[in-house]
Design a protein around this ligand. Structure first.
Ligand code: ADP
Length: 852
């Protein structure tokens, strides 16, 4: 082997060794590096592990602390839970209602005091069965089980316990308490049992059940909450639909289906709509219902504070029956009253017709030449007839007022004249008794008013008539004063004062009652129906006025009334040309003198007042001058006639006017013709002025008044009287015999219509009840024949006194009506009023006819 070879071999070996070394170095390096990396990662892991250990340590520390806290908290929580449980049981024990828990096998787990109270002293403790508890209750004598045997009762309750929704049971204790037992199964199978004390509720409910009326309560959705048995009984056909929770509408539907509401038959839906909308619109409602069985119910519904509705149903069947009975009774009474009125009207006709003959003929008889005895008889017939008429009229009037058939007929009239007429009518009686009847009508008061003059005259006649009747000496004074309450309205006070027997205070209210009279020795002698004041009061009240009385026994009475009336026209203060300026007034009565003075002064007549003839002579002797002497007739010592004689003897020639309550007697005296005038007392103001005017000489400033031209050929007024009754024809004929009229009678309506055409009357008097054709039909027939503008006035003569008649008569076209018996003065007034121009005037009736 050569060296080179060796060398090259060595070199190659070296080179290989070097390469191996280099490779091994590289491998070493890499291994070192890996090792370093590994070491680093190990170191990192160590650090990390160390970190973990450290954090685990601190976590363990923390957990340890936490654990200690938890133990503490648990301790606290346990204490709180124990306290809460104790508090809960304290609370559960304080409530009045019982609370208990049973396990799934109905063994008692726990219960509060209230639940256990009935078992005090009994072996009841946790573990005891519900059934055992019920048996203890039932057999302990505490419960009122009614008729139910213990087993059944307890069995029912136990049975319910197993059902899904156990119904509550009400336990009634013998001490009057009520408990509602409610059992509920909890999710875990336990049973919660509540024993609720419902004694108060049961008491209220018992009361609601006890009321005799139906009671019902609905909630705000109109669902039935409850109702009592009475309510179910009232709506018996709907009762089965009244389950709690049922809607009102459904109960109605149920009732409809069962025939509860007969008024809905055939229109059920419409009825239901109406009923429901009525209920909606009227939360406060009262209405009446008529049920199928004939009963009547009054239903009251009211809203409750929570939006529900409470209702009461009252059975008013009995009340309805009474109402019906009353209605029937009223109808019967009304029918009876109508029959009575018709009877009265008939009776009035029947009585008045013959009375016309009696009174009329007696009146005519008195005017003929009679012996004193015959005159007495005739006058007695007349006055008895008149008295009878007053009574008939009173009874009729009263019946009319009672039957509300009295109608007032207001018209313009002269109040002063009416009062004077009443006074004149009563003057003869006053004169007989020797009492003075005076009128004091306030000078400044208008005299014409609008009212029913007939009725006012009746009131005045009653009051003045009583005053005259109950007065034996002294006077009766009618006084009228008034004040204007508003323009055209006068409040009038009319008083009638007397100096008669008076009325004891205890009778003052009583006398205005019907048929009431003062029962005493002093007035037993007076006659009367006892209706006058009752009628007076009612009439004045109908005129919106008031009546009163003041009286003192033995001194006299003062009756008065107040009325507010419209004035018919402006006051007619006489503006007559009176040239009499000075008057000497002689009257023994102070009131009369004063009235005269007040009547004369406003017309410019100065007066000197004397109490007696002697005083008057003294005044004249002193040289005073007078244009007229106005003297009373009857005066003590020297009467008016004697005074006249003394005046003339003394050379005094002035005119003397005498005021007398008995002009007829005055006229009989020999010197009567020397009197300038005799005036009926009480004197009407207008009458006095007329007389003084006549005494006045012609006013120099005025031309003498022209006398009205008397027609050259005056004809008599033509009067047609339709009257079937012969006596009445005769009476009529006699009554008008003094006047120049041409009188023709028709015996019935048909004749009247014929005569109307052939006789051409100026005035027709028409009887109403006549055969063939009655007065109303005749009047209608005549009105049809009348030419326009040629109306012939007609006056009905009727014996009917009821008001409806008057209206029927006037409706037939008759202008007036007069009630029988006929009075001559009334006939005169009508004749005078309708006497046509160109006919002979109707003379004044003799004074004796006006009531003297
Ligand atoms: P009559 O007069 O018909 O008995 P009234 O009703 O007019 O009936 O009067 C009732 C009663 O009142 C009279 O009976 C009488 O007792 C009493 N009375 C009425 N007016 C007077 C009066 N002016 N003075 C005394 N008593 C009177």
């Amino acid at each position: 082997m050569d060296l080179a070879e060796r060398l090259s071999k060595e070199r190659r070996a070296r080179l290989a060794a070097e390469r191996l070394l280099e490779q091994k170095s590289r491998e070493l390096f890499a291994a070192n590096e890996k090792l370093a990396l590994h070491a680093r990662s190990l170191s990192d892991q160590v650090v990390e592990q160390r970190e973990k250990v450290r954090s685990a340590l601190s976590e363990a520390e923390m957990l340890k602390g936490q654990n200690t806290r938890f133990v503490k908290d648990l301790d606290k929580a346990h204490t709180t839970a124990v306290m809460a449980e104790r508090r809960l049981w304290d609370s559960i024990n304080t409530i009045k209602d019982g609370f208990a828990v049973f396990d799934a096998d109905f063994k008692l787990v726990t219960a509060n005091h209230a639940y256990l109270a009935p078992f005090r002293g009994k072996p009841v403790a946790p573990g005891v069965g519900f059934d055992e508890m019920l048996t203890i209750l039932a057999t302990g004598g505490l419960l009122d089980l009614g008729d139910a045997p213990v087993e059944t009762w307890a069995g029912d309750i136990l049975h319910d316990l197993d059902s899904e929704r156990a119904e509550p049971h009400v336990l009634k204790y013998v001490n009057g308490n009520y408990i509602r037992l409610v059992n509920r199964r909890a999710r875990d199978g336990d049973v919660v049992s509540l024993a609720i004390n419902i004694t108060e509720q049961m008491r209220i409910w018992a009361a609601i059940e006890a009321i005799p009326d139906g009671f019902v309560l609905f909630d705000r959705e109109d669902r039935l909450l409850t109702c009592n048995q009475r309510y179910r009984d009232i709506y018996a056909l709907s009762a089965d639909g009244m389950t709690p929770g049922a809607k009102f509408e459904d109960i109605l539907r149920f009732g409809l289906a069962n025939g509860q509401h007969p008024d809905a038959t055939g229109r059920e839906e419409e009825w239901l709509d109406q009923r429901l909308s009525h209920r909606r619109e009227n939360p406060h409602d009262i209405h009446e219902q008529h049920l199928t069985d004939g009963r009547w119910i009054r239903a009251y519904d009211h809203p409750t504070p929570d939006g529900g509705r409470v209702g009461l149903r009252i059975d008013i069947t009995e009340m309805k029956e009474q109402q019906e009975a009353l209605r029937v009774a009223r109808e019967e009474a009304e029918a009876a009253s109508r029959a009575k009125s018709a009877f009265l009207a008939n009776m009035s006709h029947e009585i008045r017709t013959p009375m016309n003959g009696v009174v009329g003929m007696a009146e005519l008889l008195c005017d003929t030449g009679l012996t004193a005895e015959q005159r007495l008889f005739a006058e007695t017939i007349k006055s008895s007839g008149e008295a009878l008429l007053v009574i008939i009229n009173d009874i009729l009037d009263y019946s009319k007022i009672e039957a509300e058939r009295l109608t007032l007929r207001p018209e313009p009239f002269d109040l002063e004249r009416t009062i004077h007429e009443v006074a004149m009518l009563l003057q003869p009686r006053a004169r007989e008794k020797g009492i003075d009847l005076m009128v004091d009508f306030d000078m400044f008061l208008p005299t014409r008013y609008v009212a029913d003059p007939g009725r006012l005259r009746q009131v005045l006649t009653n009051l003045v008539g009583n005053a005259v009747k109950f007065t034996d000496k002294g006077h009766v004074l009618i006084r009228v004063v008034g004040l204007e309450t508003e323009p055209g309205q006068q409040q009038l006070h009319v008083t009638v004062e007397d100096t008669g027997i008076g009325i004891a205070p205890e009778y003052l209210d009583h006398i205005f009652g019907e048929f009431n009279q003062v029962e005493s020795e002093s007035n037993r002698k007076f006659e009367g129906t006892g209706l006058g004041l009752a009628i007076t009061q009612r009439l004045i009240e109908r005129m919106d006025g008031a009546v009163w009385v003041d009286s003192e026994v033995g001194k006299g009475s003062s009756f008065g009334f107040r009325l507010t009336l419209p004035v018919a026209e402006a006051s007619i203060l006489p503006n007559l040309p009176i040239t009499v300026h000075r008057a000497l007034v002689v009257d023994d009565q102070f009131i009369n003198r004063t009235i005269l003075e007040r009547q004369l002064t406003p017309s410019g007549v100065a007066t000197v007042l004397c109490r007696s003839g002697a005083e008057a002579m003294e005044v004249l002797a002193s040289g005073a001058e007078f244009d007229v002497v106005i003297t009373d007739h009857q005066m003590p010592d020297m009467d008016g006639i004697a005074l006249l004689a003394r005046l003339r003897a003394g050379g005094f020639t002035m005119p003397v006017v005498m005021l007398s309550s008995n002009p007829a007697a005055a006229r009989e005296s020999e010197t009567a013709s020397d009197l300038a005038a005799i005036l009926q007392k009480p004197v009407l103001r207008a009458e006095l002025y007329r007389t003084l005017q006549a005494l006045s000489g012609p006013d120099p400033q005025e031309a003498p008044p022209m006398e009205p031209p008397v027609p050259a050929e005056a004809r008599a007024m033509r009067v047609l009287t339709a009257e079937d009754n012969r006596t009445n024809q005769l009476v009529f004929q006699k009554m008008v015999r003094e006047w120049s009229i041409e009188l023709v009678f028709a015996g019935n309506g048909l004749e009247a219509v014929d005569l109307y055409q052939s006789f051409m009357p100026d005035l027709i008097f028409m009887d109403i009840s006549m055969p063939e054709m009655d007065g109303r039909d005749a009047a209608r027939a005549i009105r049809r024949l009348e030419k326009p503008g040629a109306h012939i006035p007609s006056v009905a003569l009727t014996a009917h006194a009821m008001d409806g008649d008057a209206e029927g008569i006037l409706a037939a076209g008759i202008d007036r009506y007069m009630t029988k018996p006929l009075r001559r003065a009334a006939i005169h007034d009508v004749l005078a009023e309708f006497c046509p121009e160109g006919a002979l005037p109707i003379a004044l009736p003799p004074v004796a006819m006006t009531g003297t």
